[in-house]
Every structure is written in C-alpha cells, then in structure tokens.
Design a protein. Structure first.
Length: 296
C-alpha cells in the first residue's frame, strides 16, 4: 500500500538503508534496539530521518501520509497543512504533549478523526459510540458494505472521531511528559523471568529467561510487524502488536517468531520463543510498551 513521505513539503521516494547498531552492551542478558516506531508501522533510526529512513509501511487507507517535521513546524501548522485537527495528529502518533522536534516523522490520517483496530465483539455501532462518530459515515468512508463484512483486526478510520481515555490514570511527572497507565491491561510476556535492565531505550525493559522459553502476547491485538530475520537496528527477530486501546507492545531478540503480520492474537497467546538475536548479550526479551507506562 503506498505511503507518501514529505520533507520540506516535497514528496520523496528515496529511503536510505538502516545502519547497524553499535556500542554493544557487555553486561549479560541485556540489549535493545536503536530505532523507533512511528505510527505503529514505521521504523526509524534514533538519529531521525535526517540520517536514514527504513522499512516505512502503511496500514489502513491508502491516503495516509508520513510527514517529516521541518524546523519551525508546530502541530497546528502541520494540521492546517493536511486540513485535519491537531488532535488527529496527536492521536495518530500517540503524542503525550504538544512538543515536536525537527526530523520527527508523523503519521497523518486523510481526515480528522481516529484510526481504530476492530476487536472481538465490536460492531460499527459500538465503535461509533466509543469515538462519538457516525456509523453511516464510518461505513461510507471505509467502504464497509455491512456489519457482516467487519472482521477482527480490520483497521478503520472514524471520521471526526474523538479519543476519550477509559479506565486509565496518569503516572510520571506532570505536564506533557505524563503517560497513561492502564492498570492490569498488560500481562507479563514471560511466565518466569529475571529483570536484568530497567527502563531504557524506548520505554523498554530486559527480561532474562532460558533460551527457547515461551513468549506470550501481553494483551490482545493485531500483529503489525513480525521480523524473523536480520539485525533490524539491534532488535534482531522481533514482533510488534497493536492493541485496541491505541498502545503497542514490542518483543525483541526472539529465537523464533510464531505469529505473522496481520494475525489477531489474544492476551496470553504464544507468539514466539526467547532468543539472543540482534544487539543482545544473553537470552532475554527486550519488552517495550508504546503509548503507555511499562508496568514491568
């Protein structure tokens, strides 16, 4: 599915290759990745698009755009440029404040609203109610013929939808750095582990376990990335799951990926096995939570 990449207002089709990570950690059972995810599906090096851009993909409407922030840009100017609301940009990128930086990459929806992944038991009516949208408009915009054509894992856009936090409280410092904490939402990805490194990288922790141990989905959702080979910026073999509440979880350094991209998984479902691929110094899982506090 095509993705438009903008920089300085110019459409670009050239993407440099991702550089390998450096500075290996000599401590046992530790490691991470040196790239960041944008909009759930894009991978970028820590240095930002001024260095390289790699593996940018899209999901949902083919009119979704990827915008590279320029010097002097604000959320308001970007929203005006694409004729969407500021909240649309904030929600699509899991932003927790109004500060953006030059070189940051943002996902821009084609209309003001919210992108949603259909969960089990949801209907057009329930989704419309959740985001204060219009059911008929949702069906029309996403070309949904009937309720029967709606499937678990489908990504749809709710025009003029609004995000209202449910059953969440905020943890951390006040202001724009605060992130939501969903009490009890995420289960441990391992049945037994030893935490060998606390928060580092992109809200990740390192959980050591025997080589080949089972890795489980921390919450129900849709697998949006499953890379079963390569260095991948230090992550090695890894999986990313998008969850219905707008968050994402990442599981890296795997020895084997059991689930594939596009698969719907339930909370506690087996998704892979512990390994030591990528930037790793011992068998463990580097576990990240995007868009919420990491409970581990």
């Amino acid at each position: 599915m095509p993705v438009q990449v903008y920089s300085d207002g110019v459409l670009s089709q050239n993407m440099a290759l991702l550089h390998a990570a450096v500075n290996a950690d000599p401590n046992p059972s530790k490691g991470g990745g040196e790239i960041t995810m944008v909009g759930g599906v894009a991978l970028l090096p820590e240095s930002g698009p001024t260095g390289t851009i790699a593996d940018i993909e899209s999901s949902g409407s083919d009119r979704i755009s990827i915008y590279v922030v320029r010097k002097g840009d604000t959320l308001s100017t970007i929203a005006d440029m694409f004729d969407v609301t500021v909240n649309t940009v904030v929600w699509a990128n899991n932003l927790t404040g109004s500060v953006i930086r030059e070189g940051q990459v943002l996902v821009i929806l084609p209309v003001s609203g919210v992108k949603h992944i259909v969960a089990k038991g949801e209907t057009i009516q329930s989704i419309a109610k959740k985001y204060k949208g219009d059911a008929r408009e949702i069906m029309r915009f996403n070309d949904i013929a009937s309720e029967k054509s709606l499937s678990v894992g489908d990504e749809i856009i709710i025009p003029d939808g609004e995000v209202t936090p449910v059953n969440s409280r905020y943890a951390g410092s006040s202001g724009s750095s605060a992130v939501p904490y969903y009490d009890g939402y995420f289960a441990s990805p391992l049945r037994s582990y030893k935490k060998t490194q606390g928060l580092h990288g992109y809200n990740g922790v390192d959980l050591a376990a025997p080589f080949g141990a089972s890795v489980y989905a921390a919450a129900a959702g849709k697998v949006i990335l499953s890379r079963n080979y390569g260095w991948n910026g230090g992550y090695g073999q890894y999986i990313v799951i998008q969850h219905p509440n707008g968050t994402q979880t990442l599981y890296s350094h795997l020895q084997e990926n059991i689930v594939y991209e596009g698969a719907s998984v339930s909370k506690g479902q087996l998704i892979g096995n512990v390994g030591s691929t990528g930037k790793s110094t011992g068998s463990h899982v580097h576990f990240e939570v995007r868009g919420a506090r990491n409970p581990f």
